[in-house]
Design a binder for this molecule. Sequence first.
Ligand code: ZN
Length: 323
Amino acid sequence: MLGPQAGSILVVGGTHGNEPNAPWLLKQWQYQPDDLQHSNFVLQLVHGNPEALADCRRYIERDLNRSFAAALLAEADQCSLEVRRARELLQAHGPEGVSPALVALDLHTTTAAMGNSLVVYGRRPADLALAAGIQQRLGLPVYLHEADQAQQGFLVECWPCGLVIEVGPVPQGLLHAGICRMSQLALEAALAVLDLAAAGSLRLPPALVVHRHLGSVDLPRHADGTPAALLHPRLQGGDWSPLRPADPVFLAAAGHAIPLAAVLPSRLRGEPCFWPVFINEAAYGEKGIAFSLTRRERWPLDEQALVALQGVAQALQRRQVSP
Ligand SMILES: [Zn+2]
């Protein structure tokens, strides 16, 4: 027999401890549950990394949102605070957990001028359908992150369906009513899409527009690791805008501009145009990422995506009415 929490939707805030806006929203919805418009689905509102939040740090020992890789979770001698927290979250709220959730919506902010966007990992049909439904309502850009060996183990990948809602720009550690509002609107849109999918009345657009991750570029650095250039002022704030190989991306201390072509990974040479994202994201300096490059693509949506999302949404409903 399934418990009353079975088949719920997990809403996570504060996976990164220096992003306090989503944790603020979780608190607000606990005081005023009616403030969040949603269907009858059961929501589990969970703080991702409370220790890091208390310290206003992205993480204590390692990035929680890179700690959900199966191999890492299975390592017996891996006992960093964040890996232990990842295991805890899965035991409590994972699809096979004590209070199982089938969908995970992870609320983040960025210091980059990206506005409100969705981050999808890989090409799971249910995720693409959910993103398409939200894009249809709010027109949000979708960053599709895949095939990056340096960045793995994202939280939402451990649930049958899930995505990240990413809102910016906002400095780390700063509460901002507008950022809270945008996060809430995107979350409500996601819940509305799931509601329609459960009812069998969701109609998706013929295609999803994605910005597919191709790779990342670091600042030019001296041998000792210190920056040899800074981001070019023309690129700052240019997230989602076309960037061509001849365009300047860095400004050296000596005063000359460095074009994208000079720093492009060799496998990306020949690509005529990119759409950069996470430009000068403050948290990514330590990851060696000054900006990421995407290609804008239009992906036709087949029936399989809709059916996959309906399957998840209807399982949420079925489990809810189980005695
Ligand atoms: Zn984050």
